[in-house]
Design a protein around this ligand. Structure first.
Ligand code: NAD
Length: 354
């Protein structure tokens, strides 16, 4: 039987633990904020070593979703789910149970695919709740759209650094080069005349991709040290930190991974080195923008792609705030998002007291 318990966390609207021993479920869903609308965020399945580790991840990720939606101009809140499991043990019963867990939020949280979950898994989830997006025949796989958004962000970043968004003669070092988003991103870069350096722990896959794209391969431990124009973290978070930042040999960072900075101080470390950082939740919003197109409306790819152009405009504004106020771009992005969140909070307050 599914047992749901509330975990009180200050600053979060609702954090719940869902356990169903018979169906192998141990999950946490966090709704950070619904001030802009119902929360939308993916379901990550990962063999976390402890519930504490899973909680840390879901809290950080769900807050990131609030800021991502706010920056992208979407009327959506921030939420996320994490399932503590080995991807090798995925099964129908597990996703049915997690579907019931999602349903317990009554529409306050809508889920979608994320790391180690896919559209087939979401089909099973949808047998137990209607609050699931990213289904087949609708917006589908978010990765090509996330890559498209990153590419739009890359152009804004190149223009800021080099005065032109032209990819000719530019080199991008991509971490997680065998991955899903990285594959589409690398293709767009190469099609536009750029060069790619790829690194991944999946050696065979990354070599095949580099061969296809005319790129080169370096070991995962070397990718951030490459002499290049742009370093693109597209694997896991936390790769920009006190140890890696002093060794970077790029002019800018523009990648898809969530939570690229290990700690807020890393934003200042990048600024001090004169490296322009495209804040992760601004630049990787393409997948969210795309999937939001099927929430409460019928999906239209053209409309979603047009909305992704806003990533360019938003980044330019964030770079301008950073320059004017002499702050890191990561802090400028937070300010940009908080402006919209504060306005929404004020509107709710005014309505309540009217
Ligand atoms: P993916 O699992 O397809 O790709 C990740 C790749 O990183 C894999 O090939 C993996 O082998 C590689 N990798 C893992 N550890 C590594 C390491 N230490 N060094 C080098 N490579 C390593 O995932 P994805 O869907 O492409 O997502 C990539 C990143 O982008 C994740 O951080 C994800 O949270 C973020 N993101 C993805 C989307 C999306 O639409 N898929 C949207 C927003 C953010």
């Amino acid at each position: 039987m599914l047992q749901i318990t509330e975990i009180p966390v200050p600053g979060y609207e609702s954090v719940r633990r869902g356990i169903d021993k018979d169906r192998g479920l141990h999950a946490i869903i966090a709704v950070h904020s619904t001030i802009l609308g119902p929360a939308l965020g993916g379901m990550r399945l990962w063999p976390y070593r402890s519930e504490e580790e899973a909680l840390y991840d879901v809290l950080r990720l769900s807050k990131g979703m609030t800021y991502k939606a706010a920056c992208a101009g979407l009327n959506l809140g921030g939420g996320k789910s994490v399932v503590i499991a080995d991807p090798a043990h995925k099964c129908k019963e597990l996703f049915q149970a997690v579907g019931e867990f999602v349903d317990s939020f009554g529409g306050k949280y809508t889920t979608a695919e994320d790391v180690n979950t896919n559209t087939e898994d979401m089909e099973i989830v949808s047998s137990r709740t209607r609050y699931v997006a990213g289904l087949k025949g609708r917006s589908g796989n978010p990765s090509p759209y996330t890559a498209h958004g990153c590419f739009v962000g890359l152009k804004a970043t190149l223009e800021e650094v080099f005065g032109s968004s032209d990819l000719q003669g530019k080199t991008v070092a991509i971490e997680g080069g065998a991955g899903s988003v990285a594959g589409y991103y690398a293709e767009l870069i190469v099609q536009a005349g750029g060069k790619v350096i790829l690194a991944d722990i999946k050696d065979k896959e990354v070599r095949a991709r580099a061969h296809k794209l005319g790129g080169s391969v370096v070991p995962p431990s070397e990718v951030f040290k490459q002499a290049c124009d742009v370093y693109a973290p597209c694997a896991l978070g936390g790769t920009l930190n006190a140890e890696t930042i002093p060794q970077l040999r790029c002019k800018a960072v523009t990648g898809a991974a969530n939570n690229q900075l290990r700690e807020p101080a890393d934003g200042e470390r990048l600024r001090a080195r004169g490296i322009l950082y495209a804040p992760d939740y601004v630049v990787n919003a393409g997948g969210l923008i795309n999937v939001s197109g099927e929430v409460g409306q019928s999906y239209d790819e053209k409309r979603s792609l047009a909305m992704m152009d806003k990533i360019y405009v938003n980044l330019k504004e964030i770079y301008a705030i950073a320059k004017k106020d002499g702050i890191p771009t990561s802090a400028a992005a937070d300010r940009f998002a908080e402006r919209r969140l504060d306005a929404a909070r004020a509107a709710v307050k005014a309505k309540a007291s009217a």
